[in-house]
Design a protein around this ligand. Structure first.
Ligand code: RP5
Length: 161
C-alpha cells in the first residue's frame, strides 16, 4: 500500500502556509493527514503522533513551526522516518529564528530543512522520499518536472514573439 505523509504544525495559525505542502502532495496523488500538535503546548500528544507514525502508514513527516521552532526536532527525536522541517514566517524577526532552530539540529537527529514558508517544496521533497520505493510516484514526479520545464519554455517563447 502507498505510504502517506503526515503534515504536522505547531498552531492553526500555520495552516495557511502548511496547506501548500498538502497541495503539492495531492497534485502527486499522495495521501496526507494534517494535524495541529504543538511541541510545547501538547508535548505528549506530539510525541505519540511521531512515535506511531510509521505503524500508521506514514513514510515521511513534514513539520512546520514558527518562533522557537522545536517541533520538527522533537518529532525527529521520536521516529526514524525522514522529517522535513518548515520554518514559518512571523514574530519580531520574521522566521529567521525558526529557520535557525530547525536547520541547526545537533548531530544524530537530522531534519531536512526547507526555506522559510517553503511548505510546497517540503511536500515535493516528501514525495521524492516516498518515490524511492514507489515507481508510479517517481513517474508522476517526472511528469511534474516536464510540466515545469514546458512552462519556462513557453514563457521564454512568449518573450521572443
Ligand atoms: C509556534 O508558535 C507555532 O508553530 C506558530 O508558528 C507560532 C505562533 O503560534 P500561535 O501563538 O499563533 O498559536 O508554536
Amino acid at each position: 500500500m502507498a505510504k502517506k505523509v503526515l503534515i504536522l504544525m505547531g498552531s492553526d495559525s500555520d495552516l495557511k502556509v502548511m496547506n501548500e505542502a498538502a497541495k503539492a502532495l495531492h497534485a502527486l496523488e499522495v495521501e496526507t493527514e494534517i494535524r495541529v500538535s504543538s511541541a510545547h503546548r501538547v508535548p505528549d500528544k506530539t510525541m505519540k503522533l511521531a512515535r506511531e507514525a510509521r505503524e500508521n502508514g506514514f513514510g515521511a513527516i513534514i513539520a512546520g513551526a514558527g518562533l522557537a521552532a522545536h517541533l520538527p526536532g522533537v518529532v525527529a527525536a521520536c521516529t526514524t522516518l525522514p522529517v522535513v522541517g518548515v520554518p514559518i514566517q512571523g514574530g519580531a524577526i520574521q522566521g529567521v529564528d525558526a529557520l535557525y532552530a530547525i536547520v541547526q539540529m545537533p548531530k544524530g537527529i537530522p531534519v531536512a530543512t526547507v526555506a522559510v514558508n517553503g511548505a510546497y517544496n517540503a511536500g515535493l521533497l516528501a514525495a521524492q522520499i516516498l518515490a524511492t520505493a514507489d515507481e508510479d510516484l517517481a513517474n508522476r514526479l517526472v511528469t511534474y518536472r516536464e510540466q515545469l520545464a514546458a512552462e519556462v519554455i513557453a514563457k521564454d517563447e512568449k518573450l521572443q514573439s
